[in-house]
Design a protein around this ligand. Sequence first.
Ligand code: NAD
Ligand code: TDX
Length: 333
Amino acid sequence: MQSLLVTGGMGFIGSNFIHYWKKHHPDDQIINVDLLTYAGNRDNARLFDGQVGYQFVQSDIGDEALMMKLMQGIDVVVHFAAESHVDRSIHDPGSFVRTNMVGTQILLEAARQGQVKKFIHISTDEVYGSLGAEGAFSEVTPIAPNSPYSASKAGSDLLVRAYYETYGFPAVITRCSNNYGPRQFPEKLIPLLITRALRDETIPLYGDGLNVRDWLYVDDHCSAIERVIEAGVPGEVYNVGGQNERTNLEVVQSILKLLGKPESLIQYVADRLGHDRRYAIDSSKIRRELGWTPAYSFEKGLQKTLEWYVSENEWCARIADGSYRIDKEADHR
Ligand code: NAD
Ligand code: TDX
């Protein structure tokens, strides 16, 4: 039995990870630390409320004293908490530096002093910058971030690296491609377009719609993190990708087709500033060294994602009307 401290567990990937981990390791203890920013949604992990071996702590990872206290007896930290949306980073870079860089350093220090056995830092392929038509990012590709978001993630990666090199702190970095799946906040492309198309609203497509992303189903990301917890080597970086490269236009067209909605909903809009053209991940290292393989094709993952958004009306409605930010239990008191 192990004790995990998960940060950002009310967000998209963190909450899917807690669902995944509790299913496969039911006896493990989990402390979920999340500030509940606009991206944190208590509905995402409500299932675990009151369960033995699960505790939710609403806090900023920048609360040094509390992080020190929570680290006592923790075996593994899985650090998801971040400001994660590129468009928001263009308008408010400061909050990205505060949480992604300063917050990560505070968490690293607390974990080091608490003598945790492993620290998994969840990073992103965006730290490598943008690709031309050919090639893919490997773990030795130089870091060249282009947005305030990716720069703040790259900064956090360098702090993690420094903690390993300086103190021998047992940290591992994962860098994954674009995730999709249940519980993703509808500001990111796939949930935005599903929720808007279901309401027959227009789909904003940036620029020429031909930017390329490599899509990874969130459960495949969780199984990769599981392998890294079990066998990842401290000081190493592991890239995680789905080998599902698609242009944004192709993604939008596929989803509109699956939902039976017309392409006339697509509306071309002004491009994102500094918009990275293409991401592609070479994940041969984690496949070869840790034996990880993704289980979902893009088609299968999309199907599951669509089914989830169609069936979870209340989750979508509580985001649309803002009530997801008000705790349900507190409402009834
Ligand atoms: P998300 O925005 O859905 O969730 C982030 C969570 O962190 C939220 O619950 C939020 O309340 C919490 N949080 C934010 N600031 C905090 C703070 N100061 N203290 C405590 N909690 C705080 O993000 P996500 O998409 O689930 O991404 C999780 C991680 O994975 C991030 O580190 C992100 O950079 C990385 N990542 C995401 C993707 C993707 O496609 N979504 C791809 C690659 C890497
Ligand atoms: O309305 C939109 N229209 C559009 O054309 C939105 C929201 C996005 N886009 C484009 C921009 C990107 O080329 O779709 C692509 C995907 O955009 P996002 O969903 O915002 O993701 P991206 O910018 O690629 O970053 C994501 O993957 C890497 C996550 O948000 C990051 O947290 C992660 O690190």
